[in-house]
Design a protein around this ligand. Structure first.
Ligand code: HEC
Length: 124
């Protein structure tokens, strides 16, 4: 059951984030602002490839529901033409069968931008 797998990976992701928050609480005494600034850019512990595999791969590897396949330049060329701002907006809000935030509810806008850049870079 796919939903179960999604929920499981979400739990792993959340506990990883919780661990990072606890760790940053104990180690950030001499640089109190660095953690906050990091959070403003990407969510804690964000790794583009890992999050792609957790949140986007299921649809964008198989082309499920008409998703543009990562690695297939012809699928991405017309998307790339729209420009990053439009792609990001559509990923945040969802478009047709593409769910809002690609179901990565812990992703910040910057995380999503990095994910899209990763998908585009892998599809040229
Ligand atoms: C449930 C399946 C599904 C998941 C999960 C999913 N996508 Fe998609 N995505 C789609 C489909 C379907 C489309 C094509 C929508 C259309 O244009 O009709 C799409 C299109 C897109 C586009 C192109 C939007 C445009 O304007 O052309 C981007 C960018 C994108 N997805 C990013 C992501 C990212 C980033 C993730 C992971 C965080 C993700 N998607 C997860 C199904 C999915």
């Amino acid at each position: 059951m796919k939903l179960i797998n999604i929920l499981k990976s979400r739990l792993v992701q959340l506990s990883a984030i919780a661990t990072l928050i606890i760790m940053s609480g104990t180690t950030s005494a001499d640089t109190p602002t660095s953690g906050v600034m990091q959070l403003a850019q990407n969510s804690d512990g964000f790794e583009v490839e890992r999050v792609y595999m957790q949140s986007c791969w299921a649809c964008h590897n198989s082309g499920a529901a008409g998703a543009p396949k990562v690695g297939v330049a012809a699928d991405w060329a017309p998307r790339i033409e729209k420009g990053m701002d439009t792609l990001l907006e559509n990923a945040i809000n969802g478009i047709n069968a593409m769910p809002a935030k690609g179901l990565c509810f812990t992703c910040t806008d910057d995380d999503l931008k990095d994910l899209i850049q990763y998908m585009v870079d892998s599809s040229q």
